[in-house]
Design a protein around this ligand. Structure first.
Ligand code: PNS
Length: 157
């Protein structure tokens, strides 16, 4: 069984993430969305909420599982018998950090491969942090995040 993992903080999930999830799911028998627990960034949404948003938004895709993890990604992958990390690339600015992480993960476990998917150009400027900032100052984020997230984001902020 070909299992991939798409890891991230998903604080909150954006339509850019969902685009990668939908396309990534077609490449694997199962794609696990790995939600990071130990996040130094002190997330706006609790782990439970971040998972709920993802599960709700992915309910039409049968081969997606949403799971949390802490510690090293490659340990999580080993436990799940997954061999491929899926990452989205938005712009050149993402490249350096992603390249570093991919090489470190390969050093830690040479059997794990990282694949990069180009983001949909509709969402190439999107990030969870930018969404939170725009919402905080009353800007409109309609069409950039799932509706369920939009409602809760404004309530929260
Ligand atoms: O959405 P993010 O915050 O950009 O995701 C970053 C994430 C979760 C993919 C990365 O921080 C990660 O893999 N963390 C787990 C800890 C780990 O394995 N660190 C070493 C990576 S080289």
């Amino acid at each position: 069984m070909k299992i991939g993992v798409y890891p991230g903080s998903f604080d909150p999930v954006t339509n850019g993430h969902l685009d990668i999830i939908e396309r990534g799911a077609k490449l694997f028998d199962k794609l696990i969305v790995g939600v990071l627990i130990n996040n130094n960034k002190s997330p706006l949404f609790s782990l439970e909420k971040r998972i709920e948003f993802l599960e709700y938004s992915c309910k039409g895709i049968p081969n997606i599982e949403v799971e949390s993890f802490s510690g090293l990604l490659i340990e999580f992958m080993k436990n799940k018998n997954a061999k491929t990390i899926v990452k989205g690339l938005r712009a050149v600015s993402d490249f350096e950090y992603e390249f570093q992480m991919a090489l470190m993960n390969r050093k830690l476990n040479p059997e794990i491969e990282t694949i990069f998917m180009m983001t949909n150009n509709k969402y190439s400027y999107l990030s969870s942090s930018l969404i939170k900032e725009v919402a905080k100052f009353g800007g409109c984020v309609k069409g950039l995040i799932p509706e369920i997230v939009e409602k809760e984001l404004y309530k929260k902020i």
